[in-house]
Design a protein around this ligand. Structure first.
Ligand code: PMT
Length: 404
């Protein structure tokens, strides 16, 4: 990875102290770093800290003749290969989204042609606020801007939820485009969420899958170094950082999009989606009127994405899920053999507070030589253990890199 010239913008937030570690990591891996701080950032960390770590003067003001005579702000904007704003406060994101240039950092963002990565850090309620989310949508639609995070979890103020800045090591790896971890160099395709099978233009057959399990697995696979494509039914969750999400609606769409993704190269396929097994054999062109006392729907079988991928001559290492309400082990092992899978993750979807549309789950993973139970626990933590286990089995079967 060639050394880059990184312009790091630090805005006001308690996470500003973590950016000192980011500068240290970037310098250690040979990058040139210049730091620009907003007035708010200076209330949390002193410019001297960043100057000592970057070995360069820190810029804080647009109207500083002395600093401008060293490297003018337009020159600085042109100098950067990559702009990273970490932490990015709600206020800064609002000003960036509006294209404002009312301080040095926003002016640099207007003047630079380099990609701008924004690592949000704020209280969870501020992140979820409708006005912040409108600004997030504007930034997502901006081709020059990437959003890196935020992460979920415990916050400095004691709240729990989305809004934590990504850890310096994760930001460093994103800047370096570097993949490290047990799935580094692997391409992973994951399905998630429900499918919707239309009955007429306004009605459909579906299920309670929220996509949380599949999205947590995609985030864990990405954190383990994989390049991840997530084929997702309709859900209301943000794409995990660094994961490519391809939206689908029906079971047929899910099969076609997954085959496309697998054809592009795939070492590991994980089917987490709750795909409708049946669909109405026709979809009415107009809304069906309630003219009869009763009505019946004729259903036909949907294609099975998991079985189709596992049956390919060039099948990737394939992991299925089994959603069961009784005889869990028996049905899971039957699916493992019948669908020719490498591993199967069984969950009891009748257990209260676990499985469908919940933040928590408990699973038992089976593979030909063993099994392991994980949880109950949060889907995020469960997904990390699952990915570690899957990576172990994949490496044992396929060797340290390359497709099976
Ligand atoms: O999305 P969440 O709210 O987080 O909930 C997570 C979950 C409960 C949906 C998840 O943990 C889970 O159990 N996913 C599998 C759901 C399911 O459809 O199970 P199944 O036993 O019916 O199917 C077995 C396997 O075949 C699954 O890997 C499924 O993705 C796959 N399949 C099934 C039918 C079909 N037509 N195509 C498929 O690929």
């Amino acid at each position: 990875m060639a050394a880059k010239r990184i312009l790091l913008g630090v805005t006001g937030g308690i996470a500003a102290y973590k950016s000192a570690e980011l500068v240290r990591l970037l310098k250690k891996s040979g990058h040139e770093v210049r730091v620009v701080m907003t007035r708010g950032a200076e209330a949390f960390v002193t410019p001297l800290t960043f100057q000592a770590l970057s070995g360069e003067p820190v810029r804080t003001s647009l109207l500083d003749p002395e600093a401008e005579s060293g490297m003018g702000h337009i020159e600085l904007a042109k100098w950067a290969d990559q702009v990273v704003i970490a932490p990015a406060s709600a206020d800064f994101m609002a000003r960036l989204a509006q294209g404002m240039a009312d301080d040095l950092l926003t002016t640099l963002c207007c003047a630079t042609e380099a990609p701008i990565a924004v690592a949000p850090a704020m209280n969870q309620a501020m992140w979820s606020n409708g006005r912040t989310q409108r600004n997030v949508d504007l930034l997502k639609a901006d081709p020059q801007v990437s959003l890196w995070g935020p992460d979920q979890g415990a916050q400095a103020c004691g709240d729990l939820g989305p809004g934590r800045m990504l850890e310096p090591a994760a930001l460093h790896d994103l800047i370096a485009g570097k993949a490290s971890g047990p799935l580094a160099g692997r391409r992973v395709v994951i399905t998630a969420g429900p499918t919707r099978e239309p009955i007429d233009p306004v009605r459909y057959i579906s299920n309670h899958s929220s996509g949380k399990m599949g999205y947590a697995l995609a985030a864990a696979a990405r954190a383990a170094g994989a390049e991840v494509v997530l084929v997702s039914g309709p859900v209301s969750i943000d794409a995990p950082v660094g994961v490519e999400v391809r939206g689908v609606m029906t079971a047929q769409d899910m099969l076609e999009e997954t085959e496309r993704a697998v054809n592009e190269g795939c070492d590991l396929f994980v089917a987490t989606a709750a795909v409708a097994d049946y669909r109405p054999d026709t979809c009415a062109g107009d809304k069906i009127k309630k003219s009869n006392k009763s009505m019946s729907l004729s259903l036909v079988r949907n294609p099975d994405t998991l079985a189709t991928i596992a049956a390919r001559d060039d099948a990737p290492f394939t992991v299925g899920f089994a959603a069961e309400t009784r005889d869990i082990e028996h049905y899971a092992l039957d699916k493992l053999t019948r669908k020719k899978l490498n591993m199967i993750v069984a969950n009891d979807v009748s257990a209260p507070g676990l499985g469908f549309n919940s933040d928590n789950n408990a699973v038992t993973v089976f593979w030909p030589e063993g099994h392991e139970s994980i949880g109950p626990g949060s889907k995020t933590v469960l997904a990390q253990r699952l990915i570690a286990l899957i990576a172990d089995q994949l490496t044992e079967k396929a060797g340290p890199s390359g497709a099976c």
